[in-house]
Design a protein. Sequence first.
Lengths: 170, 107
Amino acid sequence: MTDYVEILDTQIEPDAPLTAVLAGQWRDNPIAIAEGSPGAPKVASRALQGFLLPTIQFTTTPAGYTNLGNFSEFLIYGLLPGAVGEMRIRFTNNNGSTWGAAQALFDLGFGPFFIRLNIVTGQVRNVPRLLTGVGEITSVALPSGTTNGFQLLTTSGAASQACAIVTGGR
Amino acid sequence: MRGLAIDAITGEVVYDERPIPTAEETLAAERATMICSPAQMRIVLHRIGRLSDVQTIADSDPEASIIWEYATKFVRNSPLINAMAGPNGFTDAEIDDLFREAMGLDF
């Protein structure tokens, strides 16, 4: 692992010499950051292209994620084990202290699902089924302020599983 | 109920307020997933020497006989399977075990 060595102000002040040591730090410090070396600055989550969130299980009791204030887009994929009534989603703008009303996305029996969700615009894509009596859901209502969490739930049935990939920052 | 929430940055469980299922609820949830093919069920019954018993139960009702012969799947929570229970048939626990073994068969 490459060492991270802080570049001092004295090394870069006017008329400071360009030394081999300084050049080495220019070369090696970005590598050390990418490797997560001890002492190196951490990459802010908003700078990441995307990463995988832990798998959740949900039923009529919701399950989901908070601290999403740095992110905008998600790919949510999962599996419904059987007839689960409606698949629903709800949001928070205070990291889970309170949650808004659950909103129906689709009704579906057994099968996988892949949904694209944007918690800045409320746009929803690729719901696998039409919601009975309503049609394809392409948007959901978001709370005021910054949406920083969402939960999934169903209206009946055995436990479903889902996993979310962050695909966009704010 | 707030349910479950995971902090997306740290991965920590922020809270878990999901109710702990009772044994009955757990069994009911498992039974909701018990589905097997007719071949799987017949092989399990044959291996325990009870295939003819089930055939007799099915033959006692015309619709049950049709389902037993032509169904493409057997579901735990169905009238046909529930008819297997009773004094001359199987206990609920035995039916559960039949499905668990049948669902594990692969050919």
